[in-house]
Design a binder for this molecule. Structure first.
Ligand code: NA7
Length: 538
């Protein structure tokens, strides 16, 4: 601790406690401590900074969002000096970047590593949060900012026999610090989302044999990774403000020229030329958002994209039976994927597709996997089975708010929150990229939300307010807005982590605002301008 409670008399131990030291948590700490001058400290389960980039160390792990928008905007000097090697940089480089930011701004001395916050209790009498850690420590804070990550609570299905497997069994997002030797090993990857496809592309060249266990095929577009395009580099170095404004004024903050053109406004040949160009240029978000404006809202438009991608899969994969199994049949309305060499991997003799629909996984055995039709001998099983997105990490912390209300009870049928930043009944508690945030790339929006939260904390402190709490009616209204918009999209009817369908038993709800960043910013700025309308200030 920077200062103990006894040093601060009756004041809380901290002005602000920040949980998480990834993109959002590091910036929150910088903002609160270095800019607002508050007594702020961070807490993270990990032994270092990085959040998701600390834990995800699997082979092939890299961003699939362009580095130009996957970095902070607040430190202009770093924008000029940090050289990303590629458009989609690998995990070690992203982790090195976050360490460099933390070192430059001297953040690490205020972070308690290997320290998990286990319980948060609102103390009605003092209007403070009481925090308990896994180390048996307790402390108090006026405000808590949870920067715990959208996709960090792992989803580990209950595979029968998992405890009996004699080889290495690892979830991709809890990768061991010591590297695993894959040379000539028999490896299974279970799951074919963003993580699974990156693993397959990276392991196919080195595995003795790679078994790709697929339940639902996905649409994978080439990444065409390479240097950041010169045009973007130039724009960022000569006029970063205008680049940043262009990005933040877009709907999704992915640094893509978002198309407004309806797919059916072009004849088939012309439409396919647009897809062909996007396929050649690479990038999942560019393909989904940059080709036509209605792929995720119109079933007819969506089918034109899925027909095109299926034709590419059939063209790329030599064995037509394997190719057919790799062709998805649902909508192209999950988070879009991109990777280089994914479909090509299935042409290698050491790569086998295991279609879990045709041949269900029965159990893990001491020597590998048993499916309905075969036994597979393995040295390594990698679970690329995803995350309990949006809510998982919040619900791991026992959180007791006003009148003893538990967050676990409040969110039992799905989360309830206001604009991704607050939840009613839990005063002075903020979330960064919490449920019902906009559907966008994260780092720049993390910054945006932290700035907004900082504005509210500054206001509270200047006015001598002890409590700020979003009103339930405002929260209900926001959720209704999010649901109404989501229902107009194909994301709502396509199973994925975006709507909770990936975790058995989880309430199904699209936990995101699909109205676009610019519109989100307009609404939340109006809340601030009106003196924090929708918040009870006491
Ligand atoms: P995803 O996208 O949720 O993918 C998880 C994969 O694991 C997906 O293919 C699932 O199949 C599969 N899965 C999940 N449970 C099982 C079981 N029980 N048996 C077989 N297969 C299973 O997670 P990722 O980590 O790839 O990516 C998440 C996000 O992180 C990504 O979008 C980026 O934003 C970063 P299913 O589709 O459910 O049939």
């Amino acid at each position: 601790m920077q200062q103990s409670a006894s040093h601060r008399g009756n004041s809380p131990d901290l002005d602000v406690a920040i949980i998480g030291a990834g993109f959002a948590g590091l910036y929150a700490l910088h903002k609160m401590r270095n800019e607002l001058g508050l007594l702020a400290e961070g807490f993270d389960d990990a032994a270092g900074v990085g959040g998701t980039w600390y834990w995800n160390r699997y082979p092939g792990c890299r961003t699939d969002t362009q580095a130009s928008v996957y970095s902070y905007s607040f430190d202009r000097e770093m924008i000029d000096t940090w050289q990303w090697s590629e458009r989609y940089p690998p995990q070690p480089e992203v982790l090195a970047y976050l360490n460099a930011v933390a070192d430059k701004h001297d953040l690490k001395r205020s972070i308690h590593f290997e320290t998990r916050i286990e319980k948060l209790t609102w103390d009605e009498a003092s209007s403070l949060w009481r925090l308990s850690t896994n180390r048996g420590e307790s402390l108090s804070a006026r405000f808590v900012i949870e920067a715990v990550g959208l996709l960090s609570s792992t989803n580990i299905p209950d595979f029968p026999g998992a405890d009996r497997f004699g080889g290495a069994l690892v979830h991709a997002a809890r990768w061991p610090q010591d590297p695993i030797d894959f040379e000539n090993k028999r490896i299974a990857v279970i799951g074919t989302g963003s993580t699974g496809i990156q693993l397959v592309s990276a392991l196919a060249p080195k595995a003795g044999h790679l078994f790709v266990c697929q339940r639902t095929p996905q649409y994978v577009v080439p990444a065409r990774n390479g240097p950041i395009p010169e045009k973007i580099r130039q724009w960022m170095s000569t006029s970063y403000d205008s680049f940043h404004k262009w990005v933040m004024d877009s709907a999704t903050v992915f640094g893509v020229d978002e198309s407004q053109t309806p797919a059916m406004s072009l004849v088939e040949d012309d439409r396919n030329l647009v897809y062909e160009r996007a396929w050649d240029e690479g990038g999942g978000f560019a393909f989904m958002l940059g080709t036509f404006g209605d792929l995720t809202v119109s079933a007819e438009a969506n089918k034109t994209a899925t027909d095109f991608i299926r034709s590419k899969i059939m063209e790329t994969v030599d064995d037509s039976q394997v190719a057919r199994k790799l062709c998805p049949t649902d909508y192209y309305a999950k988070r879009p994927l991109c990777a280089d060499g994914y479909y090509e991997a299935f042409n290698q003799p050491n790569v086998t597709l295991v279609d879990l629909n045709e041949d269900p996984l029965i159990e893990m055995t001491p020597t590998g996997l048993r499916t309905a039709n075969c036994e597979i001998a393995l040295d390594v099983i990698i679970l690329a089975t995803g995350f309990d997105a949006f809510t998982g990490n919040y619900l791991k912390i026992e959180t007791v708010g006003r009148n003893g209300e538990r967050l676990q009870d409040k969110w039992a049928d799905g989360p309830r929150a206001f604009m991704g930043v607050a939840t009613a009944g839990f005063p002075n508690l903020f979330t960064v990229f919490g449920p019902f945030s906009p559907f966008t790339s994260q780092p720049l929006v993390d910054e945006y939300q932290v700035d907004w939260i900082a504005g509210l904390i500054r206001h509270a402190m200047a006015q001598g307010l002890n409590e700020v709490e979003v009103e339930r009616a405002a929260e209900d209204g926001w959720i209704e807005t999010c649901e109404t918009i989501a229902e107009q999209t194909l994301f709502a009817v396509t199973n994925s982590w975006i709507n909770g369908a990936n975790v058995p038993g989880k309430a199904r709800r699209t936990m995101i605002y699909m109205g676009g960043m610019a519109s989100y910013a307009g609404i939340i700025e109006e809340v601030a301008r009106g003196g924090y309308l929708s918040f009870r200030l006491a």
